[in-house]
Design a protein around this ligand. Structure first.
Ligand code: FES
Length: 111
């Protein structure tokens, strides 16, 4: 698989998330201060769309049972979550957001 256009950067406000379909895969696209992150859009706990959740401090809170994931790493941060979220590589080209479903997303630098 290769980079696929997923959305326009201008369609996601800073601090917001949208849900898109990328080649049949539900993907959540996050804009955190102008940097785009992509994850699978379905919660790992049950059937809920994370694009309908809430963002705070780099975390997405699931709208169904309030489980939280780290947007940058996909790490499950609290109960009832037991499984991390899949992340995807994302980059911006002009106003296009491109996603590669075969590459994991960016990781923060190890401190
Ligand atoms: Fe997301 Fe339960 S469906 S925490």
């Amino acid at each position: 698989m290769a980079w696929q256009r997923a959305a326009s950067l201008s369609s996601i406000k800073d601090g917001a998330v949208i849900g898109v379909d990328v080649g049949g895969t539900p993907v959540a696209l996050f804009n955190l201060g102008g940097t785009v992150f992509a994850t699978h859009n379905v919660c790992t706990h049950a059937l809920a769309l994370l694009s309908e959740g809430w963002i705070e401090d780099g975390k997405i809170e699931c709208p169904l049972h309030q489980g939280q994931f780290d947007i940058r790493t996909g790490k499950a941060l609290c109960a009832p979550l037991t499984e991390d979220l899949r992340t995807y590589a994302a980059k911006v080209d002009g106003d296009d957001i491109l996603v590669d479903l075969d590459q994991p997303g960016a990781r923060p630098p190890v401190s």
